[in-house]
Design a protein around this ligand. Sequence first.
Ligand code: SF4
Length: 490
Amino acid sequence: MAEIALDKLLYRLLCGTPGEFRFSPGPVPSGEVIFPDPVSVYVHIPFCHSLCPFCPYTKMLYEAGLAAHYSHALEVEARRVLADLDGKKISSVYFGGGTPLTLLDSVESVLALMSGHLTSGAEVAVEVHPHDINPAAVERLALAGVNMVSLGVESLDNAVLAGIGRNHSAEDALSALHTLMDCGRFSINVDLMTGILGQSRESAVSDMLMLMKSGVDQVSTYPLMDFAFTRMKTRLSLLEQYRLLRDLASAAEHAGYLRTSVWTWTKPGSRKYSSITREDYVGIGAGAASHLGRCFWVNTFDVGAYVDAVDGAHPGDCARGTVVVGDRSACSMERPAIAGGEPNGFTERAAIVLNNLAGSDGIPAVAGDSLTVAEREAAVAEAADSERVSPVAVSILMDDRQSALYRLFWRCYEGEFDLDSREALAVPILRRLVRVAEALRLVARSSSTVRLTERGFFMYHLLERYYTRKYIGTLWRHCRESAFPREIVL
Ligand code: SF4
């Protein structure tokens, strides 16, 4: 209750009005989507060879049949994005997951499609698992144009790794790191986790320092996040979290690394590696988010529904046209495709369209075991069955103030923002809040640049944990529960 009140108060303070983030089913109107030039692209590959109990991301166990269809759908969606870009360039491509190298062929084919659209010096980044790395795979990545990799090490203590359900050892992770470094073609980030069961503060710091000693370009020390739908929760008190972050920051500084976000330290002169703080990006794949201008949307988290929405060639899909039956004034049909069985009577893609339209236009939702649609809706579904269907689950068109807050939030994640920037100027009360934060020694100012202090980073750490649970966690929970949710209000 207190959290809700604080949340609303903060929103009102910053935006000047009571408000909320309201997500609608389906995509934003296409006229609202403006691609900047250049733009960033995120590609999601949801397959893993084993599932970690702490992981909140869109992922599933690798399954060869579905993976093959998914690869094809990714290419279809990538071609559509390139067509929508209409000649605009791409300055970064980031493959995340899941475990992207479960579909190394797909990484190569998507990059081949995009290669002629990249800016000179574009960042091409891939998340990798220690088991994926061997000299042949590394060579293929380099040949495909990958120049940044992020290796999931998580811990260098085998007991801790076993405790969090990772399927590799510290030795596997170090061997993968050396193979990547020996190649000499990548800027390398390693991910460590903190606040996990069995890990002491000293061992977290010592893991980070050992990796820095190897000369790696960047170390990210992500705290375990609490999501309602993941089994593992952090056990650290606020004081323990404070001490951990303070010790990591001080050790990283002594090792000569620069703080480039609340949890990230980068070697001077190295390229900073980040997947989540890009200004504008378009997402491809199941569960991928996109943020362009004031528009934000997420693709369906359901891998099968994604394939069906993007690429109707999924086996088991019915022939088009079967949705229109009877006297064309109304039709009733079963919906086993939605329930996960073999399609019968109409295609899953047609049902997706009806679901997207449901509620917004008086069209009945797909619910229960049967569905009745009137002639016009049947025609819509029939047309959709042969044409482009959106994989977008929900979207929001933010107002200017919300959009500015979103951007400021991620600027603060990186540790500084400019008071004269467009997003800062859109929040009139910000200058007064910065003065209060300065008095509390949460930030330090130099001209118009506002930089978080050690204390400010800890406050941001708490804020980020809160917003991840409250906003991202709630949005993701709805998207996990339904392939195409109805309205979501945060
Ligand atoms: S942490 Fe990585 S390997 Fe583990 S389930 Fe999540 S995406 Fe898969």
